[in-house]
Design a protein around this ligand. Sequence first.
Ligand code: HEC
Ligand code: HEC
Ligand code: HEC
Ligand code: HEC
Length: 138
Amino acid sequence: MYRFSSGHGGLQCESCHGATHAEYPTSHVNDNVLSNDVQGHAGTISECTACHITVPSTITGGPHGMHTTGNAWVSSHKSVVEGGGAAACSYCHGADYRGTALSQIKMNKTFIVEESSKTFTAGQNVGCYDCHNGPKGE
Ligand code: HEC
Ligand code: HEC
Ligand code: HEC
Ligand code: HEC
């Protein structure tokens, strides 16, 4: 029943998803207090800095195999894809690489993209076509 199961960092599922009978997101204002306090928005605890002082650098070591986030990843994912292909990315970013619920960004974020920048809004599913022409980059 996953009640006593653990995931990332040995944490129980409830640490990030909320109590078994009150899973995030929730319509009860008080159930959102913890999430809002540690990461600035309601819902599943998903921002690395909610628990880590700095965002750890990793390709698959985050919750559920998540990569690091932020500008460091924007400039380094190229070598990961060139080394192993984009197939591993489709698990969350979708078979068509246009984003799924598992690649949803949970708060507004702006990234440096070449000479410019790209802003995503909360609730947007990040895809490989958002910054360049698909999973091959270019
Ligand atoms: C360190 C935090 C963390 C832990 C611990 C964790 N998860 Fe998650 N989980 C997430 C994040 C972040 C997502 C993606 C955001 C979202 O959709 O809620 C997610 C997504 C999921 C999803 C996809 C559906 C959904 O809710 O979006 C399932 C199912 C899931 N987790 C189950 C579990 C189970 C079962 C455990 C315990 C064995 C667990 N998680 C432990 C953070 C965590
Ligand atoms: C709910 C709290 C929580 C969240 C959110 C979280 N982590 Fe962790 N993480 C932990 C804990 C606890 C450990 C285990 C620390 C230990 O064993 O000393 C850990 C360990 C790790 C490790 C292995 C040890 C290390 O520090 O190098 C990596 C890599 C990591 N986390 C990456 C991430 C990334 C990337 C994200 C965001 C996508 C993330 N974590 C989000 C709690 C969290
Ligand atoms: C376990 C699910 C998962 C996998 C696997 C995954 N991604 Fe992501 N990706 C996400 C999520 C969730 C976000 C939104 C993170 C956030 O809140 O910033 C994201 C965001 C991104 C971003 C925008 C930068 C950022 O920090 O948000 C890039 C670039 C990216 N992914 C590339 C890749 C590439 C390349 C691969 C394959 C090598 C990959 N992703 C595999 C879930 C995943
Ligand atoms: C937030 C914007 C952003 C998203 C989303 C994004 N990329 Fe990129 N991508 C970049 C930037 C910027 C570069 C150039 C990086 C550099 O050279 O420093 C790049 C380069 C690449 C390259 C190398 C292209 C070349 O010509 O050498 C590949 C391959 C690539 N990305 C794959 C992916 C895949 C796969 C995804 C989706 C899972 C993805 N990218 C999502 C911004 C993004």
